[in-house]
Design a protein. Structure first.
Lengths: 581, 698
């Protein structure tokens, strides 16, 4: 890949943001045109997202928003993106580059072509998350790309969702960058090949069609913008758009003292054995550059928690955009102050055929570990630990053994860490799945053979502190028919930490209660049988507290007690200064 | 922008010959009054019983008690004897929205299914801002100690899994009374499929002597999705009190003044409802404000025969837009307000924070931006001289000569203050005031244009094929800029552009809708079951007078999430079509919307019943009137965006623009409530109905 430079034989440095190809300096474009360009590009990405959602078939796209949509220039710099799944957004440049390279480079592309790509080491996701990449031409000249990565419900992994794969070939059909559309026409053989490898071909077909509509909408919108301003003005103007973003992030980095901040994190297991895997990452602040160093990480594991390089870089991009971007939607400029250091063959730079179905999980843990260390110098704007996982459960079965397959998958909300500005939020999705929505109980029960007996905030699950951590949730699914379950639950062995004297919170947990009443806890599991009448109890983690609990306003404690966010016992233990009514 | 810049002021006028002609043709003789209460101004349009007797009025809104502003405006603009004869008073209001935004929220007890009392607080778990780590939702509408569980459980198929324990209802009531609940709402899981437990809770509360108001979720919305249905129920309960007392005060005030006709309120989903209905289902009025502009645009599009029209309503703080196709307003069946989902029909009007008061700024990265922050009416733009120091869109328009320095109201605008406000940004960017002012107008226009583009893309339409209908105080100023951005050829500035939303209220239909989630396969038994549900839904609605019943079905392929809403023939209590024909209609619309089809079986998710009492529609425009002599105010120097230079723009009275004949721009056309800016590459004329037609030449 063009942006990789080796500094030592065994280490790889990847720029978080891509540079633009050198061009004539030329005149600067006026700030008005630049702002109009920026607005149009943000709106174009939003139009792509809406076209995809409007035409999507499955709830994975429409309800869960398990996709990212972005526009790139011809140097594969990100022009704009639509708010959806941040974890995908940061990987997309790799997908575009790899997809284009696979079909023979930019010269091999023609107007109307769409390339489909899902090789995990190039895409930074599991094969279910497939990218469609469409080149955009204006007056016969390639000016950029329109790309969407969306979760396909099934593409033929060993199970509908896996936590125990031992190589990539168990993880789903691999599409190494092939043209799904040629000059505007769908290639029927490619589509048939894909659908023949899916357990739910109708759903996947509907969503592929919607994704095609989405990338075409983005391509048309980008072409229109370029036509309106002219290629020259467009290309110069977007450089200035990137510059603004870069300046925003560099200003934040410069406000931190130079130094090396080390974060500690762990994974419960690699999915094959039950051993805890710990690792250390470092963040180096160097003037206005931030270097995220994954080089001390352990070798790639036997189970599927390995991160391909794009997933590692994505986690760094997303974290910095969230910390430093002032809440604004990022573009390539936001990523340019970032450098990522990895060692090939390790957990954060996995090489083929290492299994990587749970590709991004370890990187998310690493980032939260880094938040902890950086908070020491930048307390504002950084929350204490959250429940720390997307809490993904995937279910499937056969309705009444009639051969009617059903499947459903969901992320579940967790408690968020408290921070200098106040209590942590309760029951929100992990920040890497920010826009993902929990399905309504009534929709679930209309589709799936279960009763949700409980979906409630979990009392005492947030860490104590001057500001209290947000609460996790308790969910109980009672099965009305036999079903299968894969749980990718992480962060069950280490409790979320508080900051600045704040207390710890409860960790994630899940248990199976059989009809005879016996109950057994588990964490990551694939294809677990849940018989009729059994219940699955998911208990998601809370957020850590911020500041010394003895400084919490007594009235806030009494209010929490009145509302049942905390128990009397919890108050006596953590807030002895509070006099109860 | 005139609406913003008129500090007070009542504008009223006997409208000119063209309006009068239009009125002669409406054939409608009953006087009627339309009043639209906006955030900044309250607008009124009154149509008398005799031809051409039309008045428009405008006064500042009185947010603390909006009825005062409405009645003051009625006193000012409508003569008493006319009010006495008026048959209809139609009202669009943001009272419900304001109650939700700023009002004291009543204490409401919420009865929930055991294990699921946190539905309101957990919501859907998603973050409002993807790149803000500290994002937090607003506090739940009902605090947790007032969300009280009862043991009961109904399943998705409507069967009872656990019977309701009546003893729990007594405990709930005791708790509600202890906590001072002013009303009780009941939202139980799967009540859409079987309401018997909600009804039983109500009956038990009454048996126990509870006399307060009880809201049952299945009565507010018959659709599934517990968070959305519960939110809708609570919002209804919150706005009920303020809306009821407001409507009663207004009704009494009108009665005191001799009004004896029918009082109507517009619904968020289009059409109007009686005050009595609005007090019953106040949640349906919550966004009735912006809807009036969409309805008015639809009426105008029908009259002018425009197959596709874009409403562009520019006010002081917001820009509202809506795509009208074949003269119909687009209706969605779920809306959102303040991040709260509402299961009520909703005219698809999109708003962004861009208007005359939008503030220009430089951000930390040195980027020049405009809005959404607004100077509002107080302190207002810098040129108002009321203490505003930040540069706004209105200041930019003044500096470009798009606004006169002396308004018709007599208010003088301070160009020096506007210039001073822009100075710091101008210095930082090394731009002249003129270039900066032009840039601010272009950025504001571009953001409005993107909002328009987004709604047209969503409907699979090309904006270039639509006409732009520009109205609201600042709309006519932005018309040509927007058309330029979107490559639109035709711009229509409607009669009474500054009061156009109120004008739209004069011809609104009476409508009422209810819906129910049924989730049944579209097979040979479907028709009978749909008829059963529809008959029950229609039976629950008003049937007085000459009403039309309409039946719609939300359908989708099995396994799909999205639905398409299809109207099916409904006559004398029967569906006038079979399952095969309905499936064929669905497939045809599906292919159009989704650009592909699949062979999967189809299911019906929701049944929607609507009754409508149709208002008399004005007939088509007649022949063109003779051209009138141009009443010129002379000229003014203004910036031409098309020619990139200052030019002398003739200033014309709106009434003096001739029908039929094209006049080449530039020009500035003035009327009491708006100013139309016409650049050099645009020609203009009046339509027979009094609309100003602008045509952009490429």
């Amino acid at each position: 890949m063009s942006d990789l430079t080796e500094i030592r034989p065994e280490l790889v440095v990847t720029s978080g943001g891509r540079s633009s190809a050198p061009r004539d300096a030329g005149d600067r474009i006026d700030p008005v045109t630049t702002e109009i360009l920026r607005q149009s590009l943000v709106a174009a990405a939003e139009q792509m997202k809406r076209a995809l959602m409007r035409t999507s078939f499955s709830p994975i796209i429409h309800e869960v928003l398990d996709f990212a949509a972005a526009l790139y220039d011809r140097d594969v710099c990100m022009l704009s993106q639509a708010d959806s799944l941040p974890a995908f957004m940061g990987t997309m440049s790799f997908c575009v580059e790899a997809a284009v390279e696979a079909v023979g480079g930019p010269e091999a592309l023609e107007p109307g072509d769409i390339v489909v790509y899902n090789v995990p080491y190039g895409s930074g996701s599991h094969p279910q998350d497939a990218s469609l990449v469409m080149p955009v031409f204006v007056a016969g000249q390639l000016i950029g790309y329109s790309a969407i990565k969306a979760h396909w419900l099934d593409i033929g992994a060993k199970d509908p969702y896996c936590t125990d794969t031992v190589d990539v070939f168990q993880e789903g059909m691999v599409l190494p960058g092939v043209k799904l559309c040629v000059r505007g026409e769908m290639v029927p053989d490619v589509l048939r090949l894909i659908l023949a490898n899916s357990r739910v071909p109708k759903v996947v077909e509907g969503d592929i069609n919607a994704t095609v509509v989405g990338v075409r909408t983005g391509a048309a919108a980008l072409a229109r913008i370029v036509e309106r301003h002219g290629i020259e003005t467009f290309e110069r103007g977007v450089q200035q758009v990137y510059e603004y973003g870069e300046r925003l992030v560099r200003t934040w980095i410069q406000s931190l003292p130079d130094g090396r901040y080390v974060g500690h994190a762990s994974m419960d297991s690699d999915g094959i054995t039950d051993e805890l895997i710990t690792f250390e990452t470092a963040m180096e602040i160097d003037g206005s550059t931030v270097r995220i160093d994954f080089s001390a990480s352990p070798p790639q594991t036997a189970g599927p928690i390995n991160c391909p390089l794009p997933a590692t870089v994505s986690s760094a991009r997303v974290a910095i955009a969230q910390l430093a971007g002032g809440g604004e939607a990022p573009n390539e400029g936001f990523f340019r102050p970032i450098e990522v250091i990895t060692r090939p063959g390790t957990l954060f730079h996995a090489l083929s055929p290492a299994p990587c179905f749970l590709y991004g999980w370890a990187a998310e843990q690493a980032m939260e570990g880094l938040f902890g260390s950086i908070a020491a110098v930048a307390p504002e704007g950084i929350p204490a630990d959250s429940g720390g996982d997307v809490c993904a459960l995937v279910w499937w079965g056969d309705r009444n053994r009639r051969g009617e397959a059903w499947a459903d998958g969901a992320a579940h909300p967790i408690g968020q860490g408290a921070h200098t500005g106040g209590d942590g939020a309760s029951a929100l999705m992990h920040h890497s799945e920010a826009a993902t929505r929990l399905a309504p109980v009534e929709v679930w029960e209309a589709r799936n053979p279960w009763v949700v007996e409980r979906l409630a905030l979990a009392r005492d699950s947030g860490g104590a502190g001057r500001y209290r951590g947000g609460l996790g949730v308790d969910v109980t699914f009672r099965l009305l028919e036999d079903a299968w379950l894969t749980s990718a639950l992480e962060h069950t062995k280490r409790v979320p930490q508080g900051f600045a004297g704040g207390g710890t919170a409860r960790a994630n947990a899940i248990a199976l209660e059989l009809p005879d009443g016996t109950t057994e806890g588990f964490g990551k599991v694939t294809r677990m049988r849940v018989p009729t009448g059994a219940a699955v109890h998911l208990r998601t983690g809370g957020g850590g507290g911020y500041g010394d609990p003895s400084e919490r306003d007594p009235e806030a404690v009494r209010d929490d007690l009145r509302k049942g966010y905390v128990s009397e016992e919890h108050v006596r233990e953590h807030y002895p200064h509070v006099v109860l009514d | 922008m005139w609406s913003l810049t008129s500090p007070v002021i009542v504008v009223e006028q006997m409208l000119n010959l063209m309006y009068r002609r239009m009125m002669e043709q409406t054939g409608s003789s009953a006087p009627s009054i339309g009043v639209d209460v906006g955030g900044t101004f309250t607008d009124l349009v009154w149509r008398g019983g005799t031809a051409g007797d039309i008045r428009a009025g405008k006064l500042p809104s009185t947010p603390h008690s909006p009825d005062e502003g409405v009645l003051a405006l009625v006193d000012h603009a409508v003569p008493r004897e006319a009010l006495e004869r008026a048959a209809v008073f139609v009202h669009g209001t943001t009272v419900g929205l304001n109650a939700l935004l700023q009002g004291r929220r009543p204490v409401i007890g919420l009865v929930c299914t055991e294990g699921l009392r946190d539905v309101l607080e957990i919501g859907r778990g998603n973050r409002g801002e993807a790149f803000n780590l500290l994002w937090k939702p607003n506090p739940p509408l009902v605090p947790r100690d007032l969300r009280l569980e009862v043991r009961e459980r109904i399943l998705g198929d409507g069967s009872v899994r656990d019977p309701l324990r009546l003893a729990d209802v007594a405990a709930v009531l005791e708790r509600c009374e202890a906590l001072g609940a002013e009303s009780i709402a009941v939202a139980l899981i799967n009540a859409y499929a079987n309401p018997e437990h909600e009804l039983a809770v109500e009956a038990e509360l009454r048996r126990l002597g509870y006399e307060g108001h009880v809201s049952l979720s299945h009565r507010i919305s018959g659709e599934y999705r517990e968070y959305e249905r519960t939110c809708t129920t609570i919002v209804d309960a919150i706005v009920r009190g303020p809306m009821g007392s407001y409507l009663r005060r207004l009704e009494a005030g009108l009665a005191e003044r001799g009004f004896t006709g029918e009082v109507l309120v517009t619904r968020s989903g289009g059409g109007a409802m009686t005050f009595a209905d609005a007090q019953q289902r106040p949640v349906e009025t919550i966004l009735s404000g912006p809807v009036a502009g969409a309805i008015a645009t639809a009426q105008l599009a029908r009259r002018l025969g425009l197959p596709s029209a874009i409403a562009a309503d520019v006010g002081g703080t917001s820009f509202d837009t809506c795509l009208i196709t074949d003269g119909e307003v687009p209706v969605l069946y779920e809306g959102e307000i303040l991040g709260l989902p509402l299961q009520v029909p909703w005219v698809d009007v999109r708003s962004i924070g861009a208007g005359g008061g939008s503030i220009a700024y430089l951000d930390a990265g040195g980027r020049l931006g405009v809005g959404p922050r607004s100077a509002g009416a107080q302190p207002g733009p810098a040129c108002y001289g009321r203490g505003g120091t930040e540069p706004t869109v209105t200041d930019a328009a003044l500096l470009l000569g798009m606004l006169p320095q002396q308004l018709a109201s007599g208010m003088a605008l301070d160009a020096d203050a506007a210039e001073r406000a822009f100075a710091p940004i101008g210095e930082a960017l090394e731009m002249s005031t003129r270039a900066l002012a032009e840039g601010v107008m272009r950025i504001a226009a571009a953001s409005m244009a993107e909002a328009i583009r987004t709604i047209t893309v969503e409907h699979g339409k090309d904006p270039r094929e639509a006409a732009l209908v520009a109205f609201g105080g600042a709309g006519p100023q932005f018309g040509t800029l927007l058309a330029e951005e979107l490559d639109i050829r035709t711009i229509v500035v409607p009669p009474l552009a500054g009061n156009f939303s109120a004008w739209g209220l004069l011809n609104v239909d009476l409508a009422q809708t209810v819906s129910r989630t049924v989730l049944l396969p579209l097979d040979e038994h479907a028709i009978e079951r749909v008829e059963g549900h529809a008959a029950e839904l229609f039976a629950g609605m008003a049937q007085d007078g000459d009403v039309r019943q309409e039946l719609r079905l939300d359908m989708r392929y099995v396994g799909q999430e999205h639905t398409l809403t299809i109207e099916v023939p409904w006559r004398d209590g029967a569906v006038g079509s079979d399952a095969g024909a309905i499936a064929a209609d669905f497939e045809r619309d599906y292919a159009r919307a989704f650009q592909h089809v699949t062979g999967e079986p189809v299911e019906v998710l929701n049944v929607r019943a609507l009754v409508r009492a149709v208002a008399t529609e004005p007939p088509d425009d007649g022949p063109a009137p003779a051209p009138a002599a141009a009443a010129l105010h002379g000229g003014t120097t203004a910036w031409s965006f098309a020619s990139q230079q200052h030019l002398t723009f003739p200033v014309l009275e709106r009434d003096a623009v001739a029908a039929g004949e094209w006049t080449q721009g530039p020009a500035i056309v003035v009327e009491p409530t708006a100013t139309t800016y016409i650049d050099t590459n645009v020609r203009f004329r009046a339509s027979d109905g009094g609309a100003l037609i602008l045509e952009r030449q490429a």
